[in-house]
Each structure stands twice: as structure tokens, then as C-alpha cells.
Design a protein around this ligand. Sequence first.
Ligand code: AMP
Length: 587
Amino acid sequence: MSTSFDLNDRVKVIEDPTKNVKQIQDRVLEEIVTRNMNTEYLRRFLDDGDGQFDKEHFKKNVPVVKYDDVKPYIERVFNGEPSDVISSAPITSLLLSSGTSGGAQKIIPCSNTFLENFLFINDLRMFVTSKQVDGVERGKGMMFFFATKPPQIHAPCGLPVWSATSSYFKSDYFTHRPSNWHTSYTSPDDVIFCPDSRQSLYCHLLCGLVRRDEVVRVGSFFASVLVRALKFLEDFWKELCSNIRLGHISEWITDPDCKNSVYPILGGPQPELADTIEHECSRKPWEGIVSRLWPNTKCVETIITGSMAQYIPALEFYGKDLPLISTIYGSSESVFGINLEPLSEPRDISYTFMPNASYFEFKHVDVDDDHGIVDLADVKLGLYYEPLVTNFSGLYRMRVGDVLLVTGFHNNAPQFRFVRRENVVLSIDTEKTNEEDLFKAVNIAKLRLESSALRLTDFTSYADTSTVPGHYVLYWELSRAEDDPELIPEVLEDCCFAVEESLDAVYKRCRSKDTCIGSLEIRVVRDGTFDSLMDFFVGEGASICQYKTPRCIQSSAKALDVMEERVIARFFSKKCPPLHGSIVFPI
Ligand code: AMP
């Protein structure tokens, strides 16, 4: 994929590929297989062929795999064997996927093609945004980007191991980026690279506030980061204003590169600017604070689909009338697609797959064997699929673990709604609760808080099997609309019940037999717990930019400790959810 298309060609760059999905996908697969025919991995499956590319032969012989199946090959490259164990193109780095959904981190091989694809899709989505959000080209982005965690580790083979976003920010593609509006940020690059995320966040805000008139978009890759940044601003605005007033950066900002790069932007004492910001920040509530502090902002740009959807209310509150746009869908395995209608309502967001990024297949989620697998061009409207990726960096028919729903087509390119991450389940007995079920139930239950001046800000869960019978535990962090509202037991017990009532029939059936599943429990944690959880995962190597609150922390005893240490109250459901109306097959 070329990244150097000129502005006038860009419509062509969207229209042509989306019209010729099948031809492009066949060509991409042919290129990948022909180039990689002699890798040890593909030879194992394709050796009985005649050495020529044959799509049917590929599909028949190369297995559909999960990460654990290819892990031994990736580990060999990690430990120093040549890239051609899996890929003819040199592996240039190893990407640590956020992997916090399943608890475990994956290491994904990356070649330059990944970054070129990312740049291409990035340019494309910004082009689409500029056509639909008026004025977004006339200023800078205040984007909360971070690129240093994990501290650059090297595998025994010498390759860096880092997140996909860090690999981009640390690449020549970013360092030598052409200067255009969509790569122009309020923060200098050294703020992105600061090894301490709090110092980095503080300096992002400081630069953004000083350059407030230039800001036309505010964002981050994932919504959780942006909400965290705005909460941080709530805690630190007085100190930020004092820095602006005095033209002096707080002593705790010690990273020399960060500090030296921010001083020239601060540009000496600015008491009037400090007064204006102080005036806005001291006005409560903070509804619409984004446009009050950054009056030229045209949009809030961050991913709000999937598990990020729970941050929509907070962003709608801070952003008020600003459009909330979610433009890109991708992973460490491949970039997938963009949202061609960035101004659509959150519930209507769909991503159009770009057929030139990788070769994509789709596994029908309700069909267990490989017969349910179709090409990108053959997916059907209204069906749920998991994407499989064959890419230019050594992955062949690898399951991504996301579930997508086909919602439409742009020309011949399918558009998908992100439904959920496949592998997140709570399970005590025969019931299986996935991320989507859990979200739905929590979203219903949190409405019951309304009477008590409390708001749910974040949650995670685990299936506690140390009790007999085991039971679901939800950790809830609550924010207060009033100074110190009480935790009223009846309200929280009712929330427990509402979650149970909203879970599926199999859960209720298990719950109705007291021996299968016990009462659901909500453990309220103190303020800032989910920031600590993020710090914990970042400390373990997760990327801040790609971080998503894990909805289940079953597999990490240490993460559970982080939560347990901060529990301030516990509540249990007081009754069993009724079974009526539920169709339950015999267990
Ligand atoms: P990572 O490999 O760490 O970048 O994580 C990739 C995963 O993040 C994907 O497989 C999705 O589960 C999730 N993700 C990425 N983009 C989106 C999006 N636009 N909406 C919802 N989830 C997303």
C-alpha cells in the first residue's frame, strides 16, 4: 500500500478499493503466499503443492489458528532464529498487543508493511474526517498519545518489543512525518516519549491549555485514556493555572526532554490566560468543559465502540455538543478499516474494511468448524463473524478474537459494527457470560443509581469460585454528583439484582438452584482505583495508548490484589432473579 497519494486522488483511494474487494483480496493473498511460500511455517502446509499459488490449496491446507498455535514459531524468532521461520520480509519489531481483554499479552511479529498500512489508513480516515467536520484542518490536535511504556525491551534476537502505537511513534515514519494538519499536535514529541505517564499527561494538558486557541480536535486512541486525561485535569487545573501564571513548570516534572521541550511553549508568565482558564475550571458542573477551555474544537476524536462504549456518557458530558467521532478499527495483527461516516451516532458506528491492508476471512460465530469461513467479499448482511488475518508479517489465518456484525456495504466493501471481544467470559457453572452480556446488564443496573447522586465510572469483574457456590463479583468505582453521598445498601443491593435480572436464562437457571451460583456481589472501590489498575497493567508492559479496562480480571491474581486492596464496601443481591419468560434448555 502506498502512503504517498495526493489529496485529489483520495476519493479514488476509497472508491476503487471498495469496488474491487474480491480482486484486491485475491491479489493480496497471492502476494503474501508467493512471497512466503518458502518460510518454514507455510512449507509445512503447502509442500505438497506445485510451488504455484493456488487459493483453494491454501485454504484447504493452511489451518485456521489461534495465537497459542503459532506462539512456538513466534518464540523462535523472539529467541534469535531468522525471520523466515514465519516471514520472508524481515520482522522489524515484536508488538505487544494490549491483550488485557483476555488477561494475557500476545507478541505479534511486525514488518514495515504493518506501519505503512497504518499510515495509509490513518491518512485515509483523516481525509474522511476533514470532508465531514468543518474546520478540522485549521489548527492542531490535542491528542493524548504516549509512547514509552513498556520501556523499550529487546528480545534475545535484538528486536524491540513494544506496543503497536509505540512502534509507530518510534519509527522513522513518525519522526520524519510530513508536516500537515493531522500530524500537528499541541504537544512536542518529547512529551509523547516521556517515560513517566503522569508527567507526560500533565505536560500534554499544559501545552494544550497554553495553545488553547489553536486546538481544533481533542482525542486519544481509546476513550478510556481521554476520560482519564479529563479527570486528571479536574484534579490538577489549579496547579496547571499556577504554572501558566508564573511561566514555570512544577518541580515534579523532572524528565529533562519533556521539560525542555515544554518551556518554549509555555513562553513565560501569562496571568491573563491563567485567569481565563481558572474562571472556566472553577465553574461547576464541568459539562461542556472541552469547548469552554478549547473554544475552537470541532470534534472529540477517540474510539468509543466495544468496551469503550461505557465512556460515551462521560465524553458527552465533557464534550457536550461536540461530535464524538470514532474513526478507526485495528489491532496489532492488522489495521482493518475506517468509519466512513464519522458523524454517525455512537450506536450506528461501523467500520468499512479496506481490502488492501491484509487478506481477511470471516468465521461465522455460530458455526464451529471451518465450513463457516468466507472471504471478505462474501460476508452476509446481519450475520456475526470473527475476522481471521493473513498478513505480510508472518500470520496466516489467525483468529483475531473479535466479534463483528455486518451492517452494510460501501460499494462492495462490507461494513462491520464492533460487537464484542470473543474471549471474555465469566463462567461459574454451565452459563457463559460474555463481554456484551455483562455490559448490557451493568448498563441497566447502573440506572438504579440515579436516585442516589452516584454515577458508575468504571467496572471490572471476576468469577469468585473460592465461595461455595461460586458467584460473580463486580468491582464498581463510583463518582459523586454531591460532596459525600452515602452508599445506600438498598440501592446497591438493587443494582446487584438488576445485573442478575439482565443476565441470560442459563445464568438465572443456575442461580435459581442455590447450589450452582451464589448471589452476585458488587464491591465498591475507592476513587482512583481504575487508574491504579491501568498503572498496574502499564507496569506489566501494556501500552497506555492501547489500554482498555479489562472487563474480567480472572487470570491476573495481581490485578485482583490491586482491586481488593481498594474495596470500601460490599453488597449482595438479596433475591434470585425470576425465571419466567426465559427459555432454558435442560442443563
Ligand atoms: P491491540 O492489539 O492491543 O491494539 O488491541 C486490538 C483490539 O482492540 C482489537 O482486536 C479490538 O478488540 C480492540 N479494538 C481496536 N479498535 C477498536 C474499535 N474501533 N472498536 C472497538 N474495539 C477496538
